[in-house]
Design a protein around this ligand. Structure first.
Ligand code: PAF
Length: 278
């Protein structure tokens, strides 16, 4: 496994090889392991599997959040080694942003609701760094998790609108035994908070299984379940959206997504579930 820290060194990538990219911000966990493993299934002799590890400052709209973001580089190397990653691309801030970027990439629709409305500028930061990674690494495949469903939708749109010849591979959310979606941010939770946070998936599951079709009623059901832990968990949003355009849905008459964001102590957690329409 090779660790590349500069853009110049990326020239070692052989043009004849297929490149699979798993973009991450490090603090790798079992969810990332699954993304890397999905990337590995595309691996033949002629494939280079690259994991990028870069905490992208411009997607954080809160300096404390950026500072608190977990950094576990030794464990990250270990996981990449175990999973047969060929290259870790781990640039510095000055390598990625030698000066404050004056050009940003903005998605103007899918990124506006859900987390976009709560974290101004977040998706501009994501789109900008992912565009840079795509331009630098030129992957044929890029792997993203469904836990960040909105991010996945925005990236798919970016690939389409900017004519990237990249196939986006979407991977199901990995969960703890109690159902909590695995996330780097879980490291910031106490054991008790982790236990209590199981209620998020409980709420999502009840919403997906509900026989109701009026979104507000399903949202109320989800809210009532989350409120069982109201001492510990504060709802940021709970919404039902159309899975294609992420617009709010009043009636479930097409494939939908129930999405929840909560604050557990100081930690913000998100999760979602697909609601199918028959
Ligand atoms: O999902 C993440 O970890 C980040 O948003 C990404 C896609 C690596 C961009 O910084």
């Amino acid at each position: 496994m090779q660790v590349i820290r500069t853009i110049k060194e990326l020239s070692v990538l052989e043009k004849s090889k297929t490149v699979v990219l798993v973009p991450t911000m490090g603090a790798l966990h079992e969810g990332h392991r699954k993304l890397i493993q999905e990337g590995s299934t595309l691996k033949t002799d002629n494939v280079t599997l690259i994991v990028s590890i870069y905490i992208n400052p411009i997607q954080f709209n809160d300096a404390v959040d950026l500072e608190k973001y977990p950094r576990t580089i030794d464990e990250d190397y270990k996981m990449c080694e175990e999973e047969g990653v060929d290259i870790i691309f781990m640039p510095s801030d000055s390598e990625m942003y030698p000066s404050r970027p004056l050009v940003n990439v903005t998605e103007t629709s899918l990124s506006k609701g859900l987390c976009g409305s709560k974290r101004p500028g977040h998706f501009d930061g994501v789109c900008t760094v992912v565009t840079k990674l795509f331009n630098l690494i030129k992957p044929n495949y890029a792997v993203f998790g469904k836990k960040d469903y909105q991010q996945l939708s925005v990236i798919r749109q970016l690939v389409k609108d900017l004519n990237y010849d990249i196939k986006i591979v979407a991977v199901d959310t990995q969960r703890e035994v109690n159902g909590l979606a695995i996330s780097s941010r879980n490291q910031q939770l106490t054991t008790k908070e982790k236990e209590k946070s199981a209620v998020i998936y409980k709420a999502l599951n009840a919403m997906a299984k509900s026989s109701r079709t009026v979104s507000s009623e399903i949202i109320d059901l989800g809210k009532s379940i989350l409120e069982e832990e109201s001492k510990c968990i504060h709802i940021d949003y709970i919404e039902i959206v159309d899975r294609t355009n992420l617009n709010k849905l009043e009636i479930i008459d097409r494939p939908a997504l129930a999405a929840i964001a909560v604050k557990v102590g100081k930690t913000r957690l998100i999760d979602n579930i697909e609601i199918d329409f028959e």
